[in-house]
Design a protein around this ligand. Structure first.
Ligand code: COA
Length: 264
């Protein structure tokens, strides 16, 4: 059962990039279950069709548009399709991202560029296109999906950390410039999240290690991330903008990972 009213987002329209799989699909589902009509956009048509079928079978309304967020013209087409179908856009979740674990000297020049292009430039492209096409005139919400790397170094993720640090910066800049237009801009930094491609690919860190690394003692779920997005686009967060929220079970603030025995 949700902590939020099922009609929280009634009549609202939400775009979730990378919404066909993983955390993005769960964000789309969660927003849809609270009344939003959905658009999911990503590169692979097969994934988009399958996700749309799944979400529609659950009674949700979902438009899919195949687009590479690195290409501004394709992003603008996504916005056109949303406005043609729904006539409005209230929520943008910049979730689409590219990632592969690799040490710095094994990331090719093009590999580094690909990740920065998708994660950082892609987030900018979608944000700008949504602002120009609708949000500037009507207000709304932007939530960027970041990563919990702002203040630490992480092996095998230099390219992603650099890109996501840029996303955090963009989040703050957009919050400052868009605030007067009634647009709140925040970011979620997910920690280890179970049943995701990212977790599966990051074989250096097992779920057991991830669970033991955070004070709450378990690996988070996609729903944990989606609920945080839902909070940020709700009126419960009406005075919150420009923030990057870690949803990581406290792993990021737990420097020495000391576990004290619990008092009985
Ligand atoms: N290790 C090292 N380099 C890698 C790599 C890996 N596992 N995966 C991709 N690269 C490099 C490629 O070799 C290429 O560089 P090159 O031209 O010098 O050879 C560059 O990254 C671009 O890769 P390519 O697959 O051609 O580009 P793309 O734009 O289609 O996709 C990614 C880029 C990052 C999205 C791709 O790695 C990918 O598909 N990742 C899996 C999906 C994903 O990221 N999901 C998110 C999980 S959190």
């Amino acid at each position: 059962m949700s902590a939020f009213d099922p009609n929280l987002l009634a009549d609202r329209v939400a775009l979730v990039t990378g919404g066909a799989t993983g955390i993005g699909k769960e964000i789309a589902r969660t927003l849809g279950q609270h009344g939003a009509r959905l658009c999911i956009a990503s590169r692979k048509q097969g994934n988009l069709e399958a996700a749309t079928k799944e979400l529609e079978a659950e009674g949700l309304e979902c438009l899919w548009v195949a687009a590479d967020i690195r290409e501004p013209e394709q992003v603008e087409e996504v916005l056109r399709r949303i406005l043609d179908r729904f006539g409005r856009l209230d929520i943008v979740v910049n979730n689409a991202a590219g990632n592969f674990p690799a040490p710095i000297d094994k990331i090719s020049y093009n590999g580094f560029k690909a990740v920065v292009d998708i994660d950082l430039r892609g987030t900018y492209n979608v944000t700008k296109a949504a602002f120009d096409a609708y949000l500037k005139q009507n207000g709304g919400h932007i939530v960027n999906i970041s990563a919990p790397f702002q203040n630490v170094g992480v092996a095998l993720q230099a390219h992603v950390a650099a890109a996501k640090t840029g996303v955090d910066s963009l989040t703050r800049s957009c919050a400052v410039e868009f605030g007067p237009y009634g647009i709140r801009v925040n970011a979620i930094a997910p920690g280890a999240t179970g049943e995701t491609e990212g977790m599966d690919r990051f074989t250096e860190v097992s779920p057991e290690i991830s669970a033991a690394s955070c004070p709450l003692g378990y690996v988070g779920s996609k729903r944990d991330i989606a609920n945080a997005v839902l909070f940020l686009v709700s009126d419960a967060a009406s005075y919150v903008t420009g923030q990057v929220f870690c949803v990581d079970g406290g792993a990021g603030v737990d420097l020495f990972k000391i576990r004290l025995p619990k008092d009985e």
